[in-house]
Design a protein around this ligand. Sequence first.
Ligand code: ADP
Ligand code: MG
Length: 863
Amino acid sequence: MAEETPVITQYLGIKKQHPNDVLFFRLGDFYEMFNEDALEVSRLLNLTLTHKGDNPMCGIPYHSAKGYIARLLRMGKKVAVAEQVGEVAKRGLTERKVVEVVTPGTAVESEYLDGGSNNFLASIFISGGFAGLAYIDVTTGEFRATKFPEYKFAENVSKELGRCSPKEIILPESLKNNKEIQTILETISVASVSWYPDWHFNAEKNYEHLVKQFKVANLNSFSLTKESPEVPPAGFLLDYIEKTTNAPVSHISGISVYQDSQFVIIDDSSRRNLEITFNLRDGTSSYTLLESVSNTKTAMGSRLLRSWLSFPLTNENEINSRQNHVELFVKDRNLLHCVRENLDGILDVERLAGRIAMDRAHAKDLQALKASLKFWLKSQAVLERYDFSMPEKDSAQKIIDLIENSIAEDPATVFTEGRIIKDGWSEELDYWKKVRNDFNGILEEYIESEKEKTGIQNLKIKSTGNLGYFIEVTKGKLDKIPPHFIMRRTLLNAERYTTEKLQELENSLNESGAKILELEHNLFIEVRNELKKYIPYLQQAAKKIAYVDVVCSFAESAILYNWNRPHVLSDSLEFSVKNGRHPVVERHLPAGEFVPNDVSLCGSEPENSASFALITGPNMAGKSTFLRQNALIALLAQTGSFVPADEANIGIVDRIFCRVGASDNLARGESTFLVEMTETARILRSATQNSLVIMDEVGRGTSTEDGLSIAWAVSEYLLNTLKCKTFFATHYHELTRLEHKSLKRLCMAVAENGSDIVFLRKVVEGSSENSYGIHVARLAGIPESVIERAGKILEKIQGDASVIIPETETEEVSKNKVEIFSGSLFSEEELVLDEILSCDIDNMTPMVALQNILRWKKSLAEK
Ligand code: ADP
Ligand code: MG
């Protein structure tokens, strides 16, 4: 009880410096939380809440802390870890200090991370009319930044954040009242957002920080100046990482500053609609393009693949060089097999390098690094003959040798076990290990030397609990006792002696445990520091491993799914695909069931010169699938992959837009027509002739007349002004009356068989005349009576073109409509007869039947 107050006082003092973090406060073998932290965390993690005095408290055993921290990080919490530092006080208060703050965007332990994706921390700052955005993955050292004009803030911030999906964002307080950023933060799912005073984003200070970190005189080689808008957020990220992790970050050795034009621009909503890395349904990667092309073997490869899909290229040479490598592996399957087998053995070298830099790697990590590099050297050897511009092999071999010689084969992860350093690495350590493990052997050697010196052949070393070790001399030999023997005790037949040497040996036995620990620790740190020299090499090798892994993965996909190399051309607008398929839909259908389709826009022959494809066809016929498959083929082609088609000619596109009509987008809960129009406006403002535009049922979110008119006018603008490649799917058949030389009419083929129809999923030239909605309604299981009734109504309406039925209707309108129907279209007898014929007797209770008869009688009588 006496110690209670000082501990809590100490706790409160530390907590004051970390008001926004959960404070893990080390008390013996536990991390304890107090007060509001205890209340919150006990609820979040389902821990038992206790009390220390008046303070609510909960705790977790220190050795299982990582699991709890991982869970808190996923909930967006930051955890400050306060350890006992210095000697543990026997009396009074042990000193405690926060040694690190673990946050969702700065965590480095593998327990907190997903191997297949980067763990980005992002920051944004506006200065001089530009917004700078930077993001960093401290586990790998990847550091990127870009900028855009302030007036395009919202669109670009959501696009870039969509690309990198950061786990944590740190922002200046001046943005707190910015409505646009608020909206963006609501739509993206980021674990943690925090605000910092604007002075953290000082240009001068952050510029100096970056210069110092990258060990350069200025940032010219990174295309940055003191005025660059990327500098404040980038510098602040570094600052933040250093303060939270409290570790050296030498592996962050540069920043890649990129511009929009280097990559295909895909705005955030198009990215979502194309389901590239996340699906619309539950935000996971199932049923996405990423999933359908993922055949990578290493964590580095799967991160790079994700990044390639987010940053498709616009440079023909770069695309071709990737394709050449993919083709190499497609053609030489033995090579592919051999390389992939070796990749299988490679662990996350990139993150291991980061952990070495940050003093977090333990001995098992080093062994993993060694094993990985061995596999990598094998791959490198077989790839030597091809133009992969491989990193030098010397460093890898030196690293392997160093670890091989210094680190035990199956080492412990913690120092307390003393199984870290290999025998033979350090004479001193070996001596102490021998003292501990083979003390009898040492005594043996010693007593042999004494026998020789004294000539007493039966000297023996024995030990007892209270005397410790001693030399026993039998009575007959006492005359030979040398002066350095120190008498301890006399027995009946013998005398017991000790010597200085023997006492020394005994002391060293007692010290050996601590000595081993200390030496192992120091030797290990030495080895790890030695390895820091190789971090640039390891980062370079990791990049190459990732590259080889992704091109092998593309080759594997090409072979497995029968994909082919597209021709990408920078000076062409053409988009032609033969037997194209949707990579995701095809995979989830039984083999052979997916119907491939051709298309050709902006080709050189007159019949293919159209830029705009208008696709009509009933619901469920396959329009949306066809549209998206073309966008995905273009995207895949520009990442360097082969594509799901027999042949493809792709003029390089600069932007891909994918707009889906509001009512098709209900899953995201933003069915408002305004959103649909905002995004359509963006396309009309920013598409160029080199863009690929997908418009799926645009205009759907409003009434028929409105929607049709808007769709019509938008089409005309795309045809006349933008002239970009466009796939426009619509259920407004009226649109097919649009006439233009650049317009191509396509429709989904349907086979009619009496009243039944079959969707052939085949795209053919022409327009669809029928929406077959009633057929789809039947497929969906609408009761037969309703279907028949709908068929009758349709006949009537089609007979009388003057009847227009609004699509969205208020109650008022629908009441009128019933009147129109019952008044002008059908007679009362017809209605009753119709109802009798279509009523479902099997599913009707006697009571309802009687009520119906009563109603019919009434209505006939009224007439
Ligand atoms: P629409 O947009 O015309 O309403 P969708 O493109 O949504 O139609 O397609 C409906 C369903 O038809 C898809 O979920 C898919 O299962 C199937 N489908 C679409 N295209 C094809 C195809 N080419 N081959 C086989 N099945 C297809
Ligand atoms: Mg559709």
